[in-house]
Design a protein around this ligand. Structure first.
Ligand code: VG1
Ligand code: CO
Length: 541
């Protein structure tokens, strides 16, 4: 029987990718319940609906899944398809939502944020297309959190989520599925697994760091079981509630164990890592780091070599702060390219409309229309398949790419846990001065344009304003500044730096050195270091 409980008003606003909070906030009485009820109300109720449920294995995930199952039952849902042990990677959840024709799904993850009782937790709703809720829906969820007066939850014992099969919770069917197999089968249909098996058979070596997060079981099944890579190719392969103390963010700073191995001359041929929920990827060759923006461009230029994309790409999209490297590839292929705000939800409409089938973000996110999320393992397999067909290593492929298209030097500098007021004031003051910057010179660089990015969705016409400040310099360099929408402590200021160099000279500089003039000009324009008292960024990627 459904119990009706009065709940305090919450007013929680989902950010770039769902609602993220400290785990303890989510564990506070009725907090999770209120947010989940707001989701269910915002989608027009759960009555008769089928939903997918799962998460990245982090602390509190299974308890949260039990709460959500009881709430779905009390709200009249017909069926919930849940990954065994409440596990589902984000791309696997997206795949299940689509292939099972469901009404959407709830993903329990704070992605790349650390987990555990003192870490972060998150709840994200994905719509029936398998993609993150669009802004109209996240706005509706927020509105519901403001007016909520009750939530519905069945009083029942916990469901057994360890055994695959169906059971009932009240009237609702709970279907526990293997979290890996359907996803692995779909992936196998896109790539040339026969040639990839040959690659590993010939002794190609790879290290895949799953960072004690959800990708482990998927990577073991795909690389070790199906492709015959030696046991041990996948490291940190068991998802742990606190990610073994790791920060499951696949970048050179946090995946430092992998970087240390790849730096040596006798390291593996290929290295990769993924994040907490399995949607991000980092690609590394031996002594060769691939920036995510370059990775997207290389994948675009070579996608036709992969069976699933043999017909060529329809179009590509990148988030605004991502480098323009992929634009150059799209222009040479004669296909459309789009620039969207940060966050995967903005790619959904373009993919659903068939305008693009490759998307990417500078934040280690790459994916295609095989699902409606970014997909870490997919990106890693794209690289492996391209390496197999071209018979070249990562470094050669990158060097070839730059020689052909020129190089977009790129780096992101993150200033974390700034006082919120300070960070907001800094950006506000900058926005007020944007008009006056045009034509002025800073450190020898002349500003050729400055604005706040506003996106008008070409499919549904919806407008998303205030999506970051862009300052363009003559010669094709630029800096972008925006505040993170996924942090849980104070404000995180992201500074995205880019400089284009045409070949063949000047293609092998260190990115921080190549970007030094833009870094200096940014400091002169914003007074960032002086205003925040920070001598250097917390994370450089
Ligand atoms: C960050 C990234 C953004 C990404 C988002 C979700 O957002 O910059 O590109 O889409 O995380 O990624 P923000 O607002 O903190 O910059 V994940 O792996 O949560 O799904
Ligand atoms: Co993620």
């Amino acid at each position: 029987m459904a119990s009706i409980v009065t709940a305090p008003i919450q007013g929680q606003k989902p950010g770039t990718s769902g609602l993220r909070k400290k785990t303890r906030e989510f564990m506070a009485p009725a907090f999770l319940e209120n947010f989940v009820q707001s989701i269910l109300d915002a989608i027009g109720g759960a009555a008769g609906k089928t939903l997918v449920l799962g998460g990245d294995g982090r602390f509190f995930g299974e308890e949260a899944a039990q709460v959500i199952l009881k709430m779905a039952a009390a709200n009249g849902a017909a069926r919930v398809i849940v990954g065994q042990g409440a596990w589902l990677s984000t791309p696997a959840a997206s795949h299940l939502i689509r292939t099972r024709g469901t009404d959407g799904g709830i993903i329990l993850s704070a992605s790349h944020n650390p987990g555990g009782p003192d870490g972060d937790f998150g709840v994200k709703f994905n719509a029936a297309n398998g993609g993150p809720a669009p802004e109209v829906l996240t706005d509706a969820i927020y509105a519901k959190t403001l007016e909520l007066t009750r939530y519905l939850k069945l009083e029942a014992p916990d469901v057994n989520l360890t055994a695959i099969g169906e059971s009932h919770l009240g009237e609702m069917v709970v279907e526990v599925v293997d979290p890996v197999m359907a996803y692995a089968d779909m992936i196998e249909s896109l790539f040339d697994f026969k040639s990839l098996r040959g690659l590993f058979h010939e002794g190609f070596t790879m290290r895949m760091d799953a960072m004690c997060a959800i990708t482990g079981p998927y990577a073991v099944e795909i690389f070790e079981n199906r492709l015959g890579a030696p046991k041990g190719t996948v490291t940190h392969k068991t998802p742990l509630p606190d990610f073994g103390g790791m920060h499951p963010d696949p970048n050179p700073t946090w995946a430092h164990e992998l970087m240390a191995e790849m730096i040596g001359e006798s390291g593996p041929d290929f290295g990769a890592a993924s994040d907490g929920d399995g949607d991000r990827n980092m690609i590394v060759g031996r002594q060769c780091y691939v920036s995510p923006s370059d990775s997207l461009a290389v994948i675009a230029a070579n996608a036709h070599l992969v069976p699933g994309y043999a017909a060529g790409l329809k179009g590509v999209a990148r988030s605004m702060p991502t480098s323009a490297a992929v634009d150059r590839v799209a222009a040479s292929l004669g296909i459309d390219y789009y620039e969207t705000p940060t966050g995967w939800k903005f790619f959904g409409n373009l993919m659903d409309a068939g305008r693009v089938n490759l998307c990417g973000e500078e934040s280690f996110g790459t994916g295609s229309d095989h699902v409606r999320e970014k997909d870490g393992l997919w990106a890693i397999l794209m690289w492996l398949n391209i390496i197999t067909v071209r018979g070249q290593g990562v470094a050669e492929i990158l060097a070839d790419h730059w020689a052909r298209f020129g190089r977009n030097y790129y780096s992101r500098h993150d200033y974390e846990a700034l006082p919120k007021d300070q960070a907001e004031a800094l950006l506000r003051d900058l926005v007020d001065r944007l008009d006056g910057l045009n034509g002025q010179s800073f450190q020898g660089l002349t500003v050729s344009g400055a604005d706040e990015f506003s996106y008008s969705d070409p499919v549904d016409g919806s407008v998303s304003a205030h999506q970051g400040v862009r300052i363009l310099f003559e010669g094709g360099s630029r800096v972008v500044l925006r505040l993170s929408g996924t942090g849980t402590e104070g404000a995180t200021l992201r500074v995205y730096l880019e400089r284009y160099v045409a070949g063949p000279d000047g293609l092998d500089a260190d990115p921080q050195e190549a970007l030094a003039p833009i870094i200096a000009a940014t400091e002169e324009i914003t007074g960032l270091k002086a205003r925040t008292g920070r001598a250097r960024p917390d994370v450089i990627t």
